[in-house]
Design a binder for this molecule. Structure first.
Ligand code: AMP
Length: 532
């Protein structure tokens, strides 16, 4: 039996080599609740602004403390207890961050979902996660209410982008003090679903100490300062926008300008007021597409950070030529948080994701699990306090994804250069990253294959000027049915899947290319249609 299963059964203790000591509090026998650690790093003056929104609303650390306590108390009064799941399918707003922090505080497991998810996807998430409560954007209420009733989930609330909704009205008279619930380092703080190669999304269980150790590693690696101001234009349902961006600000006792979404004109206007920007590569290509963007808006900036998808060398060089800044590229994933980063001081090498973060170990191995020679390509493995606790209710799947000595198999293909810098050279799992969002082909293929008139399909990513990659489907028709058309497939999928997963183009073929083992050769398809 592998170590992680033993760990889940409490039969062994996790022994992770790290020089990061996230839990000074735990050492003194106190709680490892992440909220307590965040609270201990608040600025001395709690009236200091924490968030300013794109429309000029401001929120202080005192607001965070009060609002998160109110949510924590409200859920506790409803009878929710440590370990219960709270699903949040919400449009971005400061209140979403306070809700997340309220859940941490109450020991509840926060489960954020992209608002683009449709009924069939939600049905699965709810039945798998069995949440006690759902908080959703008002426009999503009819669908979620029906699903909640069908699945016996008693509590459904709304929260809108202006901070209104039934969660607010019903908790208006709730007390705004709440002592954080005592947690151990391995208690689960959040579950984030990642799509599987099998098409069935898996809930990655992320613990209080996964999050705090990673936040502390990033404070150190990126030299976070209390006078830093972050431009936050990322979504709050993903590890990048929720954990990396917000935790950097909160652990630094610093400030953020929060935009609903990335808008290059708005970003140009705000850049003079911030010191750090975090983004997916698309943010940087869009900034470069603005003819008036240059050192005038960026000379004062401390740091531009990129991640979640590969940053093209061309983007790195153009950005440096235009602004004088070398974008700092880092690498991570839902299951591991951040694992590597180019350095704050020292060379930031394009087309690399830098060096392992403090406390994190990486290896590159071949199919047999043996380390490859320096510079050779293999699968990247990661170990450290950042690595998640396993997939929710999938112990076998969890065990498969770890080596016997506790390294997580990322599924990414990588090499390690002479100076120890890691380069991600491909994605072993055929993941498509479009505009920074992940699409696993299998999930889309399942829906296409179910359609009348379709025999089988293969979904592939093709280069796309704006999104980095686009989703495309290659379809073999079922000749016994009336011929299915591109429009018919796309319009059915739009009802079933989030928009970013719906193929931009459908190519029809008589048969899919396969290798001797019967596996579809997606590389052949990519090459063929890339040139088309
Ligand atoms: P997610 O779980 O949504 O954060 O997606 C994780 C995946 O994004 C990784 O497994 C990588 O394939 C990819 N990824 C993240 N950061 C980078 C990067 N800097 N360069 C290349 N791929 C990246």
């Amino acid at each position: 039996m592998r170590w992680r299963i033993l760990l889940h059964q409490g039969l062994i203790r996790k022994d992770l080599s790290t020089n990061i000591k996230p839990f000074a509090v735990e050492d003194r026998g106190l709680s490892a609740n992440l909220y307590s650690l965040i609270q201990s790093r608040f600025p001395a003056n709690h009236e200091q602004v924490l968030i300013e929104t794109g429309t000029g609303r401001t929120y202080s650390y005192a607001d965070l403390e009060r609002e998160s306590a109110r949510y924590a108390r409200f859920f506790a009064d409803l009878g929710l207890v440590k370990g219960d799941r709270v699903v949040a399918q919400l449009d971005k707003s400061p209140e979403v961050l306070f809700l997340y922090l309220g859940c941490l505080r109450a020991g509840l497991i926060y489960l954020p979902l992209n608002t683009a998810y449709r009924k069939a996807e939600l049905e699965y998430f709810l039945s798998d996660a069995e949440p006690r409560a759902i908080v959703c954007a008002p426009q999503l209420l009819p669908a979620l209410q029906a699903l909640a009733e069908a699945q016996g989930i008693a509590h459904v609330f709304t929260l809108d982008q202006a901070g209104g909704g039934s969660l607010q009205t019903q908790s208006a008279d709730t007390s705004t003090t709440f002592e954080p619930v005592v947690c151990t380092a391995d208690d689960v703080a959040a579950i984030l679903y990642t799509s599987g190669t099998t098409g069935r999304p898996k809930g990655a269980m992320i613990s209080h100490s996964n999050l705090s150790s990673n936040a502390l590693a990033l404070q150190e690696a990126w030299g976070w300062r209390s006078d830093d101001v972050l431009l936050h234009a990322l979504p709050l349902y993903h590890v990048h926008g929720l954990f990396v961006a917000c935790h950097c600000v909160l652990f630094g006792g610093s400030r953020m300008l929060m935009l609903d979404k990335f808008d290059s004109r708005k970003v140009l206007e705000l850049l003079p007021r911030v010191t750090v920007m975090m983004g997916v590569p698309t943010f940087y290509t869009r900034l470069l597409a603005e003819p008036d963007f240059g050192s005038a808006q960026s000379a004062h900036m401390r740091l531009f950070i990129s991640g979640s998808a590969p940053l093209l060398e061309q983007t790195f060089s153009e950005f440096q030529a235009r602004t004088g800044h070398a974008i700092l590229e880092r690498y991570g994933m839902t299951e591991t948080g951040m694992s590597t980063s180019n350095p704050l001081r020292g060379d930031r090498l394009p087309s690399t994701v830098g060096l392992p973060l403090p406390g994190v170990s990486v290896r590159v191995v071949d199919d047999s699990g043996a380390d490859v020679a320096a510079g050779d390509v293999g699968q990247l493995l990661v170990k450290g306090p950042n690595v998640f606790q396993g997939y929710w209710r999938m112990p076998e799947k969890t065990a498969e994804e770890f080596t016997d000595d506790g390294f997580f198999k990322t599924g990414d293909l990588a090499s390690i250069g002479p100076q120890g810098y890691v380069s991600i050279v491909g994605r072993g799992k055929d993941l498509i990253i479009t505009g920074g969002l992940n699409v696993y082909p299998k999930e889309v293929e399942r829906f296409i294959d179910d359609l009348d008139g379709v025999f089988e399909s293969a979904v592939i990513g093709l280069p796309h000027a704006d999104f980095g990659e686009s989703v495309n489907a290659v379809v073999v028709r079922d000749n016994s049915s009336p011929p299915v058309t591109e429009n018919a497939i796309i319009s059915v999928l739009k009802d079933k899947l989030a928009g970013f997963k719906v193929p931009k183009q459908i190519f029809f073929v008589d048969e899919l290319p396969r290798n001797a083992m019967g596996k579809v050769q997606k590389n052949v398809l990519r090459e063929r249609y890339q040139k088309a």
